[in-house]
Design a protein around this ligand. Structure first.
Ligand SMILES: Nc1nc2c(ncn2[C@@H]2O[C@H](COP(=O)(O)OP(=O)(O)OP(=O)(O)O)[C@@H](O)[C@H]2O)c(=O)[nH]1
Length: 629
């Protein structure tokens, strides 16, 4: 993700700074780098003896030490001491302004060496204190951590080494100790503030990759403009420091952290050089620390830009992290292996995922902005608009709502929809997240298994389910005793209804009879249709035969009212009657076949006796020898 790349690019990563064994070549390279930077300070520092020298080299030495195991520190510090001594020696010899340069070889060598222990102490302390900073990797994005970096890596080491630096000044140049120590403190702090954040960043990014990242017209251009403003204001304005702030703030806000740190370093170098050539000079002061106070202006010019750059970087990262999180959430939404859609408070689609589109066969552009009901059957659309959406907006959610969606080519998909709503701070609905489960196949299978056990015309249990339930009733009553009855009902002269009013009217009559029988029986009883005009009822939970007689009377009474067969109010009205045969468990049979047979026989008995009546099964009376049963 982009944030990670950004982090890898710009962050001060403690893992990359972690110490490891380095080759002698590496030690030499860094020692020479420290020496080269020291030469820059020596070259552009104020030539008057005992004046502030902006000392940039300690930042490089400290970062090098942080990347070394402690056992390599002595070797590296010795190399740095040699290099600094050589650099100091060279400058002491060539600088005509240094009073002691004419004082003879040994003294020159001593003068050149005097400052070195202070520098070594400063860089060692900076390295020690910085590597103990736990959140060092956040220095590029957190002003608080950056402040800690500057405190531990610039101010405190400069303070700790300043007494040594002052002593060196007294011994070598016979200057005033307190003045020398204060100048040391100021020069060391400014140099490290200018360079340390940049060197830490370069050490983790690698100089080559950083250079590649920086050498772009926009960065170079901004740096040049900033430098020009600094030079112009220093040479043209009476109080230039405030104006110098402007380009740094501009770069901090508009550019990358790296560019800000580069500009920070360049401007510090430029200011040191301007002081060197006398363009920027401390005004004459009556107090011994007057010069040092002047340099606070330099610090005050560098720090706001530096902190603003770090804050901008923190903001950029946070914005980027939010954008990444949103992108991740979006791609997760799109790829979720369930149909998802989101609608706004008015029911219009604001987002759908890929499976939603694939299942219903639409393109994203076709659905965004349209009302969700446009993709439903008319019944579901009404239900959604009038009932579900208003209720869900009130409750904040809805669960397992059954809808029928329409695919692009008009096919119906059954779905179960559950949704949650997001509301804004004022409680206004923002958008929903709905998960849709496509249950079309499941419903088809359910319907198939329903029709395997139910009659398609009346919806009543068919012969298969009847046998099942009868078997269970027999088994149950076998264990728990008790009575139940099987009623076999056949409509009287049903064929005439078909013949006179047509088959549809016959169907309507069968459905009406089914409804009436269901209406008269209890929920635990079974009404089934065997086929044609034959219905079988299982009448359970009877405690005595009187109860059965009442129930039978109720069943027969359902045929007292004529049936209106539709369609419409002008449809035929018929008076239907039925014959009912009843067999009772266990007296008339203890297994399904026998009970059904005996109920059937009783029904035929009712027919034989004149129809429109009920007959109870009667065991045939044994006849005398030679007579059939
Ligand atoms: N409308 C319609 N008729 C059916 C259906 N299944 C069977 N039938 C008809 O129902 C009639 C059954 O007649 P029966 O029970 O044999 O004779 P009935 O006219 O009722 O005379 P009885 O039973 O002797 O009183 C036949 O004409 C079948 O064609 C059906 O699903 N719908």
């Amino acid at each position: 993700m982009q944030t990670d790349a950004l982090r890898a690019d710009n962050a001060v990563s403690s893992s990359l700074l972690a110490p490891r064994d380095r080759t002698p070549g590496w030690l030499w390279e860094w020692a020479l780098l420290v020496g080269a930077v020291a030469c820059v300070s020596l070259a552009i520092s104020d030539p008057r003896p005992g004046q502030v020298m902006v000392w940039f080299a300690n930042a490089f030495g400290a970062v090098a030490l942080m990347r070394l195991p402690k056992r390599q520190w002595p070797a590296f510090l010795v190399l740095v001491a040699l290099v600094l001594w050589a650099a100091h020696g060279g400058f002491t010899l060539v600088s005509p302004n240094v009073a002691v340069s004419q004082a003879g070889g040994l003294h020159t060598a001593w003068v050149a060496f005097a400052d070195v222990p202070g520098y070594l102490l400063g860089m060692a302390l900076a390295a020690l204190w910085l590597e103990r900073l736990p959140a060092l990797e956040q220095a590029g994005e957190s002003p608080t951590v950056q402040a800690q970096v500057l405190l531990r890596g610039a101010l405190l080491p400069a303070m700790a080494s300043a007494p040594l630096g002052g002593l060196a000044g007294v011994l070598a140049l016979r200057g005033d100790w307190s003045n020398m120590a204060l100048n040391w403190l100021v020069g060391g702090t400014i140099g490290s503030v200018a360079m340390l954040p940049l060197v830490l960043l370069l050490a983790t990014r690698g100089v080559r990759s950083a250079a590649r990242g920086w050498f772009q017209p926009v960065h170079v251009g901004m740096a040049l403009i900033s430098l020009s403003v600094v030079l112009w204001s220093a040479t043209s304005l009476p109080k230039p420091f405030v104006v110098m702030l402007a380009p740094m703030v501009w770069v901090a806000v508009r550019s990358t952290l790296l560019n800000s740190l580069v500009v920070n370093g360049l401007i510090a170098l430029a200011m040191a050089a301007l002081i060197r050539v006398g363009v920027l000079l401390p005004p004459p002061s009556s107090i011994w620390w007057g010069d040092a106070v002047y340099y606070i202006s330099v610090l005050a010019t560098l720090l706001p830009g530096l902190f603003l750059a770090v804050m901008s970087e923190g903001q950029r990262r946070m914005t980027q992290a939010l954008a990444d999180r949103e992108a991740r959430a979006l791609s997760l939404y799109r790829a979720t292996p369930a149909m998802l859609h989101s609608i706004d408070g008015s029911g219009c689609i604001v987002q759908v995922n890929q499976l939603w589109l694939d299942t219903l066969g639409y393109q994203e552009a076709e659905v965004l902005g349209r009302h969700i009901a446009d993709f439903m059957t008319s019944g579901s659309a009404r239900y959604a608009r009038d009932v579900v959406i208003p209720q869900a907006l009130h409750d904040g959610r809805c669960n397992n709502v059954e809808y029928q969606f329409l695919t692009r080519d008009g096919a119906v998909r059954d779905v179960l929809l559950s949704a949650v709503w997001e509301f804004d701070a004022d409680g206004r609905p923002e958008r929903s997240l709905a998960v849709l489960q496509d249950v079309t196949e499941k419903k088809r299978l359910q319907a198939r298994s329903h029709f395997a056990e139910h009659d398609a015309l009346t919806g009543l249990p068919n012969r298969v389910l009847l046998h099942d339930r009868l078997k269970m009733l027999c088994a149950h009553h076998d264990r728990h005793n008790g009575l139940f009855a099987v009623g076999f009902l056949d409509l009287d002269h049903f064929k005439d209804v078909n013949d006179v009013y047509g088959h549809d009217a016959g169907d309507a009559l069968l459905q009406a009879v089914a409804r009436r029988l269901q209406g008269v029986l209890r929920a635990e009883d079974t009404v089934s249709r065997l086929g044609g005009d034959e219905f079988v009822m299982l009448l359970g939970g009877l405690s005595h035969s009187g109860e059965l007689s009442t129930l039978v009377a109720k069943i027969m009474a359902t045929f007292a009212e004529p049936c209106h067969l539709g369609p419409g109010p002008d449809g035929p009205v018929v008076q239907v009657a039925a014959s009912l045969g009843v067999a009772v468990y266990p007296g008339d049979g203890t297994d399904p076949q026998t009970l059904l047979l005996h109920a059937d026989q009783a029904m035929y008995e009712a027919k034989r006796s004149g129809r429109n009546r009920c007959a109870f099964y009667r065991r045939p009376v044994k006849a005398g020898r030679g007579h059939p049963l």
